[in-house]
Design a protein around this ligand. Structure first.
Ligand SMILES: C[S@@+](CC[C@H](N)C(=O)[O-])C[C@H]1O[C@@H](n2cnc3c(N)ncnc32)[C@H](O)[C@@H]1O
Length: 279
C-alpha cells in the first residue's frame, strides 16, 4: 500500500469490511491479505480520528445501492456485461452472476487486484468469473477512447451496466463529466450508476478535514463537484439520486447520522440512454 489516490481503495475496502451485511459484500474482508490488513486498519483509524468516524456507513450504503442496481440490471437481462471504472477492491463481478466484467483502474491498482483475484479464486474464496482488468487513466481522453473500443469489442452488443463509484471527485470537472457519460460510447448501456459530491456541499466541514488529511497522503486535494441538474442533462431524465440520508432511510429505516457529519456522497442511477458530455 502506497500513498497516492490508489490508497483510497484500501480505505474504502476497510470501510466495507467493517459493515459486510450492510454493504452485502461478503468478499470485502478478503481483498487485503492478512499480513497487510493491520496496516490498513491503522490507516482507517487515523482517517476516522482526523476526518470522520462514519466512512464505513457511507461506503457500505453506496455499495449496497449499487449492488441492488446491478441485481436489477441482471434480472432485466442476464447477459448484461458489467463495466466498473475506478474499481479499486469492489467485489461486484464475484458477488453477482455477470458472465463478463471489465474493471478499470490505474496500473498499480489493476496489478494488485488481478493478482489478489487470482489468489482468492485459487483458494476457493471467490467464484471464478471472466473479469478483464484494464489499466487506464480516466483523466486521459486517449485512455477513455481506448477503453470504449475495448468495452465495445468485449460486450459484443450485449447490454452494459456501467458503474463509476468513488472516483469522479478525484478527476478535473471535464474529465469527470466525460467519465459520467462514458457509457454513451459503449453503445448498449442499459444503466449508469455514478457517485458524486454535489456542488451545494462543497463547503462541507467533513470534506475540508478530508482535503487536509489527503494532502499529507499525496491524494490530490482538488475535488470536482456535480449537480443533480447537470447529471440529468448528461444522463437523461428519471434519474434516481440518493444522498447519505436517503440511503440510511432506505437501508436502515431512519437517519442515524446527519449528512452534515458525513462525506456528502450521492449515488445517481439512470436507466435512460446516456447522452454524451456535450449536453
Ligand atoms: C475511493 S476508491 C473507490 C474504489 C471502488 N470504486 C469502491 O467503491 O470500492 C477510488 C478508486 O479510483 C481509482 N482512480 C482514481 N483516479 C483514477 C484515474 N485517474 N484513473 C483510473 N482510476 C482512478 C483509484 O485508484 C481507486 O481504486
Amino acid at each position: 500500500m502506497r500513498d497516492g489516490v490508489e490508497l483510497t481503495a484500501y480505505l474504502v475496502n476497510e470501510s466495507r469490511a467493517r459493515r459486510p451485511e450492510l454493504a452485502e459484500d461478503r468478499l470485502a474482508a478478503a481483498w487485503i491479505p492478512d499480513g497487510e490488513r493491520g496496516a490498513v486498519r491503522e490507516l482507517w483509524d487515523e482517517y476516522a480520528a482526523a476526518v470522520y468516524a462514519h466512512d464505513d456507513l457511507v461506503v457500505s450504503l453506496r455499495g449496497r445501492f449499487v449492488a441492488d442496481t446491478l441485481t436489477r440490471a441482471l434480472a432485466a437481462d442476464p447477459d448484461t456485461v458489467l463495466v466498473v471504472c475506478g474499481a479499486g477492491f469492489s467485489s461486484y463481478p464475484w458477488l453477482l452472476p455477470f458472465a463478463l466484467s471489465v474493471e478499470v483502474d490505474l496500473p498499480d491498482m489493476v496489478a494488485a487486484k488481478r493478482r489478489r483475484a487470482a489468489e482468492l479464486v485459487g483458494d476457493g474464496v471467490a467464484t471464478g468469473r471472466e473479469v478483464h482488468h484494464v489499466a487506464a487513466d480516466l483523466g486521459s481522453a486517449e485512455d477513455r477512447e481506448r477503453l470504449i473500443g475495448t468495452v465495445r469489442a468485449l460486450a459484443g452488443g450485449r447490454p452494459v451496466a456501467y458503474v463509476a463509484e468513488g472516483v469522479l471527485f478525484y478527476l478535473p470537472e471535464t474529465d469527470a463529466e466525460a467519465v459520467v457519460t462514458l457509457g454513451a460510447g459503449f453503445g448498449t448501456t442499459a444503466v449508469t450508476a455514478v457517485s458524486y459530491w454535489p456542488a451545494a456541499a462543497a463547503g462541507s466541514r467533513v470534506l475540508a478535514e478530508q482535503r487536509h488529511w489527503f494532502r499529507r497522503r499525496e491524494v490530490p486535494a482538488d475535488a470536482s463537484y456535480l449537480t443533480h441538474d447537470r447529471l440529468v442533462r448528461l444522463l437523461g431524465p428519471g434519474l434516481e439520486d440518493l444522498g447519505p440520508e436517503d440511503l440510511q432511510r432506505r437501508y436502515l429505516g431512519g437517519v442515524t447520522v446527519p449528512e452534515s457529519d458525513l462525506i456528502p456522497e450521492y449515488v445517481a442511477v439512470s436507466w435512460a440512454a446516456p447522452r454524451g458530455a456535450a449536453g
